[in-house]
Design a protein around this ligand. Structure first.
Ligand code: PDD
Length: 291
């Protein structure tokens, strides 16, 4: 039984006691947005950026943000403080609420449902990090607003499950010959010493970790380019990484059963991935643990 404190519609209560209506539009239509915020030593990472992205998601689905920045921060801080663990993964969800009937069109005068809960942050074990993970590719069959972090995640869920059933960690979506992102992560490619990042447009989620990685690349003088990455470039890459709030920077060393990279490094985490992981840890340390 999970008795960690959560927040639901104005109340703080144990997670196992939280209840919503079966008419909630999140349940009926997947009508809502969400965020996942990593917390290190009880400090939420880039909380301003996460709340800004939540605002963009809600604006994109025409759902008025029920809280101000200060109200969100206060609620999130209370949930973090009440948890019995220091490093956490905070989940925030807003749905369009529960009407007294089912109708696709937006209901009038219905209060959005707000839910916040936290869990221990699950980090990647060193044994996995040193070998890297396997991934597969699939056609991107999602809708045309993948920049919005909405709870309607069925295509991502099925893609991720396909990966798991093949003993892989992630599925990489390919759309019109272009590598877009992972089912629950952004993807970077390294070719001839240049870090390639996909374009942040409607085709992919603008990752908070993605931004940190590009900032670190700029700070440390790594040559990089933000542009479409062709499927052929993905398949001939020297390195492929996945990034997310919970995975941080994780090398993909096998793609569709073939080793990633060339020569002696084939099938092993590349030097830039290891370097970036180090910079990321250092950055977190400076900003979070001592800040
Ligand atoms: N997912 N792309 C997709 C489709 C994602 O679901 C995520 C994160 C990312 C990376 O975004 P960020 O760096 O801001 O975490 C990219 C979260 C972790 C999830 O759904 O659990």
């Amino acid at each position: 039984m999970n008795t960690t404190l959560c927040y639901l519609d104005g109340q703080y209560l144990p997670l196992n006691e939280a209840r919503i209506s079966p008419l909630d539009r999140g349940f009926l239509f997947g009508d809502g947005g969400y965020e996942v915020v990593p917390v290190y030593s009880r400090k939420p990472f880039r909380i301003g950026e996460h709340l800004t992205r939540l605002q963009q998601t809600l604006a994109g689905i025409r759902l008025a943000n029920p809280h101000t920045l200060a109200e969100w921060t206060e609620r999130i801080e209370r949930i973090i403080a009440a948890a019995p663990f220091d490093d956490q993964s905070v989940y925030i969800q807003v749905t369009r609420g529960a009407d007294d009937k089912r109708d696709h069109a937006f209901p009038q005068g219905v209060t959005p449902t707000v839910f916040i809960f936290t869990a221990p942050l699950v980090t990647t074990p060193d044994s996995v990090r040193t070998t890297g993970v396997a991934a597969v590719t699939a056609a991107d069959t999602r809708w045309a607003r993948c920049d919005l972090k909405v709870v309607a995640l069925l295509a991502n869920v099925v893609a991720r499950q396909d990966a798991v059933e093949r003993g892989c960690a992630e599925t990489l979506f390919i759309r019109d010959g272009v590598m877009i992102e992972g089912a629950a992560s952004n993807i970077f490619v390294v070719k001839d010493g240049v870090l390639l990042a996909p374009v942040k447009d409607h085709r992919m989620l603008p990752g908070i970790t993605y931004d940190v990685v590009l900032e670190l690349a700029a700070k440390h003088g790594v040559p990089h380019a933000v542009r479409d990455i062709a499927e052929s470039e993905l398949r001939s890459a020297d390195e492929v990484w996945m990034t997310s709030s919970t995975k941080e920077v994780l090398p993909i060393t096998t793609l569709d059963g073939k080793p990633v990279g060339n020569g002696g490094n084939a099938g092993k985490p590349g030097p830039l991935a290891q370097q970036m992981h180090g910079w990321y840890q250092q950055f977190k340390d400076e900003v979070m643990r001592r800040g």
